[in-house]
Write a protein that binds this ligand. Structure first.
Ligand code: NSS
Length: 433
């Protein structure tokens, strides 16, 4: 007899009153003496199963009684409608096989401290909420892929081992590369810039690494970076693309992940109503706003989590902050000819205090200007020879951006900390499990 999945049964694909065969793990056990309830979890959902003394054969009843939380089981039985069961169905156990026992499951208690949960992340991932996050995460990536396909972008695969920095030497992870130095990539941007000369519009989803010592709720040392680069796009088209992408992802997840959202008490409308255009604010206006709120910031200071929180705590829509001063932004950003001293860039800040999720810009195309900026930040021009070649052979206007997947998920599900948005988070204090 073939195995069935819980999802197919609960969705009504398989009718009631028939035999079923399931395999999975004991999510919850209720021992009522003559009744042994086992909530069995497989990769797709949770099914109530029950062994009844006097009805279930004694051998199967005994195994059901013994099966502890998180042991793996194969259960055969008859399916029937049961209003009181989660999902409206119940399986009356006839046969049961304990595939793998599980004694003293470390997470059996109802509540645990965060550090304990993180030490047991490999087990914690089995819990209902964590499973929902993982599903939504897949939904985000799925929607992004659909979006880029519709917009005629080509998905590409840049390297993770690199020979130079993109986003500042302070957060570079150095690795030994045989007898040379190499770095873990901070962003695939420079490689995407090379690839647009071949394919025009490209995107990628890849890990980025930042040796950030800051222990905040929104920093990982390894995160998944969704980046796009567009030939012939100016800053304005780049901004429009970003708001369209974020809206598309939110709408798709809002439509297709209602059950998961419900688990987090989130009304799907919150995501379904995200629509362009987003609000915009120039950097200098943001500084004034922060000063009015009592922040000790002045023109030329970069914003951290606190400032971004203050800018977004009262708003319901994402906010673009544009035209940052050239001194505090990356070397590759193009100076705004209409507002010298500022660059054609944007950060996209998520509402309700969540802050930055995207950094984007139009790229500097002038060869000499780029050489000057590379020298100013103390980098060797030799290391960027290949990148500078892009300005020598058929240079064109172009723009791009990078979105932190975990930050988006964090906002979507109102997570308190970024560590829950990724299966195995890496932070300065944690590289286990
Ligand atoms: O540094 S960024 O602002 N921009 C770039 O890396 C550009 N080179 C991207 C591009 O134009 N192709 O990072 C982009 C986003 C940022 O807005 C965050 O959402 C996310 O990457 N990010 C992070 N997420 C989690 N943890 C850390 N440490 C982190 N750093 C950036």
């Amino acid at each position: 007899m073939p195995f069935q999945h819980v999802k197919d049964i609960l969705s009504g694909k398989l009718n009631g009153n028939r035999r079923v065969k399931l395999r999975g793990w004991v999510y919850l056990k209720r021992d009522l003496g003559d009744l042994q309830f086992i909530l069995l979890r497989d990769g797709t959902g949770v099914m109530q199963t029950v062994a009844r003394k006097g009805v279930t054969n004694p051998e199967a009843f005994e195994k059901a009684r013994k099966a502890a939380q998180e042991s793996s089981l194969i259960i055969e039985g008859s399916l029937k409608k049961e209003k009181r069961a989660p999902g409206g169905f119940e399986v009356l156990i006839e046969k049961i096989e304990i595939v793998g026992s599980s004694d003293n499951y470390p997470l059996a208690k109802k509540s645990h401290g965060v550090e304990f949960l993180m030490d047991n992340r490999h087990l914690w991932l089995r819990s209902p909420k964590q499973r929902c996050i993982l599903r939504v995460r897949e939904g985000v990536v799925d929607a992004a892929r659909e979006f880029f396909r519709r917009e005629d972008f080509v998905e590409v695969h840049p390297p993770m081992l690199t020979s130079s920095m993109v986003e500042g030497g302070a957060t570079l992870f150095q690795v030994k590369y045989f007898d040379r130095k190499a770095y873990l990539t901070q962003s695939s941007q420079l490689y995407l810039e090379a690839l647009i000369f071949s394919l025009e519009k490209v995107w990628c989803l890849a890990p980025s690494f930042r040796a950030e010592k800051s222990r905040t709720r929104r920093h990982l040392t390894e995160y998944w970076h969704l980046e796009a680069e567009e030939a012939w796009y100016g800053n304005e088209e780049n901004i429009k693309l970003q708001e369209k992408l974020v809206s598309f992802i939110c709408n798709k997840v809002g439509e297709n992940y209602q059950e998961e959202l419900e688990t987090f008490n989130i009304d799907p409308k919150r995501l379904c109503t995200v629509k362009p255009p987003f609000k915009r604010m120039r950097y200098e206006e943001a500084v004034s706003k922060l000063q009015r709120k009592g922040f000790n910031v002045k023109y030329g200071d970069d914003f951290g989590s606190r400032e971004e929180r203050a800018l977004t705590i009262d708003i319901k829509k994402p906010l673009f902050v544009t035209n940052y001063p050239i001194e505090i932004k990356a070397f590759y950003m193009k100076e705004d000819p209409d507002n010298p001293g500022t660059v054609l860039c944007n950060d996209l800040l998520l509402p309700e205090g969540y802050g930055e999720v995207i950094g984007g810009s139009e790229r500097e195309t002038g060869y000499e200007k780029l050489v000057k900026r590379i020298r100013e930040i103390g980098e060797s021009v030799e290391n960027y020879k290949w990148y500078l070649d892009l300005r020598k052979y058929g240079s064109i206007p172009h723009s791009g951006f990078g979105l932190g997947i975990e930050r988006l998920i964090m906002w979507m599900l109102k997570l308190q900390h970024i560590r829950e948005a990724i299966p195995f988070p890496r932070t300065p204090d944690r590289i286990y499990p």
